[in-house]
Design a protein around this ligand. Structure first.
Ligand code: GLC
Length: 748
C-alpha cells in the first residue's frame, strides 16, 4: 500500500502527520527548516535502491526526443526504480501513471512528470527565437505562463525550458530554440520565461518547474554542427555563455539540464567546475541538476570514461542528480555505493533535491493535483490562449525589406497569386519542438489569405517547387498564376524539421530551387512580397536582390497562418526586430553585432585591414533591424552629465518621431561602447530598449539610465566592475542605425 494512502488512514486516527493543506500552515520546510521534515523522515526510510530510483528519469512512449526508448518504463515505475517520467501527458494518462507510483510502490513517492514545453503546450506559440524578436518581455512571459497553464492541466509538473544557449552560428539548428545572439537581451528573456513557467508559487496547480538548459556553451558547437565540441576561452564562457544561466538561477529556476557538449576537454555532464564550484558554490543554486538525454552514457564516446560505470561515477560526483533515460545510475550506483566509490551522502543530497522539488510542487500533499480533466478541457487551446498566440506571432515577425511599400497588400485586390512550397503548410507553422501541438488545428497561410481578402479577389495558388530538391517542373504553373495578378505573395523557407535538434545545415540559403522560383516570378514585374518560414537566419542575398519585400515570419505557431494575413494585409503592422544577425554568406559565420574592433578594423580601399576579398564585412540584415509600415526619425540625443564620477549614472535622452502616415511601433535600442579598457571590449553592446507606439506625426522623448552595472565587465584581473575612461552611447532603431553621443568616467 502506498505511503500516501497509509498516511491518510493514520491521519484519520491520530491527526495529520502531513502538514495541513497549503495556506493553513507553511508546507513542510526543506532540510534548511527547524526540526525534522517529512523529507528527512522519508529519506531515512528509503532503501538504496529507492534512492537510486528517484535519481532515474525515463521517457514514456508517447513521444520520442532522443536516441533510445525503453518500453519497460512501467515496470521500473512499479518497482520503484523510476522517480520521474517525461513525454507523458493528458490528465488521465498522468493520473494513471501516478496511481501506479503512489499505490503500487512501497513508499508511494509521487512521480515527477517532465516534458519539452518549449513554446507552448497545445496552443503553440512562435518558436523561441521568433518570440525574442518581439522584444516584448511581458508577451514572452505571458507565452510561458500560458504554456504552463495548459501543461499543468494535463498533469505535467516540469518543462525542459527555457533553452538559454547563446547562439551566433545559424548553421546550428538549435539557434531556433534560444533568444538570439545578445547576452544582455537573452538574460532578460530568460528571466521572463522562468517567471512565466514558475509563477510566484510552484504549489499552484497552474505553474510548472522550469529548467535552464543546456548548461553550458552548447551554442558554441564548432562549425555549427550539433553536439560538436565547444572550445571557448574562459573569458568567452564567462562573458557570453554563462550569464543567461546565472540570470535563470537568480530568477529562481528550480532545475538545470547539462549539455551534451564538452568545453575544452571536459563534457558538461561531468564538469566539476560548472556543476559544483560555479553552479552551487558561486551562484548558490539549490535546485536539481538533470542530465540531457543519455548524456551520462555519452561520456564513454566522449572518451571521458572507459565504461558506463565510470561515466555514472564521474557524473554523480560532479553534481548530476538525475539521469535522463540512460539508466546508468540504475545499473551501476548500487555497487559503487557498496564499494565506497560513491558516498551515500552524495545520493542523499541528490535525492533530497529531487524530493524537495516534488514537495515544492505540492505533490506530497496531493499527487493528483495536476491531473485535472475538467481544467484540461477548460484551458487547453482556449480562445484566450489562441488570441495570445496570434498576437505574439504578429509581434515576432520582422519586416526585413519593403521597397516601394509593396506591403501591406490591399485586401480589395482583384487578383492575388500565392506561390511557394510552404503556402499550404500547417504542421510546419508549428516549428520544431512543437511537442503536443496539433497540426490539424493549424490554418495555412494560403487558407488565411483566402479568408482575409474580399469576395471580389481571385486567389490563385501554385506551389512552384518543393522546399528541397531540384524539380523545376512547377515553375510554369506558378508563372501562369502570377503573370497578370495584381500582386504576388511568395511563401518560402525551410521545413520545421530543418532546424531544432540534430538539424545543422552547411548551406543556409533558401533550400532547393526556391531562389530560382522567386527570381522567375520577380521577372514578371508584379508587386511581389516574400513571406519566410524558417528556424534560423538564412543567407538571403539572392532573394534580397530578387524581390522588393521580405517578411520574416519564422515558425509562427498554431495561429501563424492568420497572423501572417493580419500583417500582410495591414490589419497589424510588423514591429519585430532581429535578435540574430542575418549574414550575406555562410562564409561570414560567426558574425554578430557585438564583435571586437581588432587592431586593423576595416578601412575602405585599404588592403591591410580586416576584410574579405569577395564579400563585405557587414551582414545582410543586422541585429536590431526591423521595418514597419511607417518610418521613425531620431533626434536630439543627449548624454548627461558628459563627465561623471565612477559608479555614478548617466542619463541618455533621445527624441523619436513617427514621420510616416500610419501609427507604428518602434523598438528604441540603446548601445554602449567602452573605448579603452584593461581588456578589449565589443564595438557596441545592447544595454537597454523601449517599445514605443506613436501616431503619425507624434514624437516622444525616451530616457535610459546607464549605471555602474551597465558599464561593468570582467576586468583583466578577473574582478567584475567598471573602469574609468571614454564611453560611446548609440541609440537607434537598429544596431547599425544610431545617433551617437559620449561621456567620460573620471577616475575616482
Ligand atoms: C533532447 C534535448 C533536450 C530535451 C531532452 C528531452 O535530446 O537535447 O533539449 O529537453 O532531450 O526531450
Amino acid at each position: 500500500m502506498g505511503l500516501y494512502r497509509w498516511l491518510l488512514i493514520v491521519a484519520v486516527m491520530v491527526g495529520p502527520l502531513w502538514p495541513a493543506p497549503v495556506g493553513a500552515q507553511p508546507a513542510a520546510s526543506t532540510s534548511e527548516g527547524a526540526g525534522e521534515t517529512r523529507i528527512d523522515r522519508l529519506l531515512e526510510r528509503m532503501t538504496l535502491d529507492e534512492k537510486i530510483g528517484q535519481m532515474t528519469l525515463f521517457t514514456s512512449t508517447w513521444a520520442q526526443t532522443g536516441p533510445t526508448m525503453d518500453p519497460a518504463y512501467l515496470d521500473h515505475v512499479r518497482a520503484g526504480r523510476c522517480g520521474a517520467i517525461f513525454n507523458a501527458m493528458t490528465a488521465s494518462y498522468t493520473r494513471w501513471l501516478q496511481r501506479i507510483a503512489v499505490e503500487e510502490t512501497r513508499l508511494g513517492i509521487p512521480l515527477l512528470f517532465g516534458y519539452d514545453v518549449i513554446h507552448g503546450h497545445r496552443t503553440i506559440f512562435p518558436i523561441p527565437l521568433a518570440e525574442s524578436c518581439s522584444w516584448d518581455l511581458a508577451a514572452i512571459e505571458q507565452s510561458a505562463r500560458i504554456a504552463a497553464i495548459e501543461a499543468a492541466a494535463e498533469g505535467i509538473h516540469w518543462t525542459f525550458a527555457p533553452m538559454v544557449d547563446i547562439a551566433r552560428d545559424p548553421r546550428w539548428g538549435r539557434i531556433a530554440e534560444g533568444a538570439g545572439e545578445d547576452v544582455w537581451l537573452a538574460c532578460r528573456i530568460a528571466e521572463a520565461r522562468v517567471r512565466g513557467f514558475q509563477g510566484t508559487d510552484l504549489r499552484r496547480p497552474d505553474t510548472i518547474a522550469a529548467c535552464a538548459k543546456h548548461f553550458a556553451a552548447y551554442g558554441a558547437a564548432q562549425a555549427g554542427r550539433d553536439y560538436h565540441t565547444a572550445d571557448v576561452s574562459e573569458r568567452t564562457l564567462e562573458e557570453v555563455y554563462l550569464p543567461p544561466f546565472e540570470a535563470c538561477v537568480k530568477a529562481g529556476v528550480r532545475t538545470v539540464m547539462t549539455a551534451f557538449n564538452e568545453i575544452a576537454g571536459h563534457p558538461c555532464t561531468a564538469h566539476p567546475y560548472l556543476l559544483s564550484d560555479l553552479l552551487r558554490g558561486r551562484w548558490g543554486f539549490t535546485g536539481m541538476v538533470v542530465s540531457d538525454y543519455t548524456a551520462i552514457n555519452e561520456l564513454v564516446p566522449h572518451g571521458y570514461a572507459a565504461d558506463e560505470a565510470e561515466a555514472g561515477r564521474r557524473a554523480v560526483l560532479a553534481g548530476v542528480d538525475m539521469d535522463m533515460q540512460g539508466a546508468v545510475f540504475l545499473t551501476h550506483l548500487r555497487r559503487q555505493v557498496e564499494r565506497g566509490e560513491v558516498p551515500m551522502a552524495r545520493l542523499d543530497e541528490a535525492v533530497r533535491r529531487i524530493l524537495t522539488l516534488k514537495e515544492e510542487l505540492g505533490l506530497f500533499d496531493d499527487p493528483y493535483r495536476y491531473c485535472d480533466e475538467a481544467r484540461e478541457k477548460r484551458v487547453v487551446f482556449s480562445a484566450r490562449h489562441q488570441a495570445a498566440a496570434r498576437a505574439m506571432a504578429r509581434r515576432s515577425m520582422v519586416l526585413l525589406k519593403n521597397d516601394g511599400g509593396v506591403l501591406p497588400l490591399r485586401p480589395n485586390l482583384r487578383s492575388l497569386a500565392v506561390i511557394g512550397p510552404l503556402a499550404e503548410a500547417t504542421v510546419d507553422l508549428l516549428g520544431n519542438w512543437h511537442a503536443a501541438g496539433d497540426g490539424s488545428k493549424v490554418v495555412s497561410i494560403l487558407q488565411a489569405v483566402r479568408e482575409r481578402v474580399g469576395p471580389g479577389c481571385q486567389v490563385r495558388f501554385a506551389k512552384g517547387c518543393e522546399v528541397e530538391g531540384h524539380d523545376r517542373s512547377g515553375f510554369r504553373a506558378a508563372l501562369a498564376a502570377a503573370r497578370d495578378a495584381e500582386a504576388v505573395l511568395l511563401v518560402l523557407g525551410e521545413r520545421e524539421n530543418m532546424s531544432g535538434e540534430a538539424a545543422s545545415r552547411v548551406d543556409i540559403d533558401l533550400p532547393g530551387v526556391q531562389n530560382e522560383l522567386a527570381e522567375a516570378i520577380a521577372r514578371l514585374g508584379r508587386p511581389t512580397a516574400a513571406v519566410l518560414l524558417n528556424g534560423r537566419p538564412l543567407a538571403l542575398t539572392r532573394l534580397h536582390a530578387a524581390v522588393p519585400a521580405i517578411l520574416e515570419a519564422w515558425f509562427p505557431g498554431s495561429l501563424g497562418g492568420r497572423a501572417v494575413a493580419d500583417v500582410v494585409f495591414g490589419d497589424h503592422a510588423p514591429s519585430g526586430k532581429l535578435t540574430v544577425t542575418f549574414p550575406r554568406h555562410v562564409g561570414q559565420i560567426p558574425i554578430y553585432y557585438s564583435m571586437k574592433n581588432t587592431g586593423r578594423p576595416l578601412v575602405a580601399d585599404q588592403k591591410y585591414t580586416s576584410r574579405y576579398l569577395d564579400c563585405p564585412n557587414t551582414p545582410l540584415y543586422p541585429f536590431g533591424h526591423g521595418l514597419t509600415y511607417t518610418t521613425f526619425a531620431y533626434s536630439d540625443l543627449q548624454v548627461e552629465p558628459p563627465v561623471v564620477d565612477g559608479g555614478k549614472s548617466v542619463t541618455v535622452r533621445v527624441t523619436v518621431r513617427n514621420t510616416g502616415s500610419r501609427e507604428g511601433e518602434e523598438v528604441v535600442q540603446c548601445y554602449l561602447r567602452d573605448l579603452a579598457a584593461s581588456v578589449t571590449r565589443p564595438v557596441k553592446e545592447l544595454r537597454g530598449f523601449r517599445r514605443l507606439r506613436l501616431a503619425p506625426g507624434a514624437s516622444a522623448t525616451i530616457e535610459f539610465t546607464l549605471g555602474a552595472g551597465d558599464l561593468s565587465f570582467r576586468r583583466a584581473d578577473g574582478t567584475w566592475g567598471w573602469e574609468p575612461g571614454e564611453f560611446r552611447v548609440m541609440v537607434g532603431g537598429s544596431s547599425d542605425l544610431t545617433l551617437e553621443g559620449s561621456f567620460h568616467i573620471r577616475d575616482n
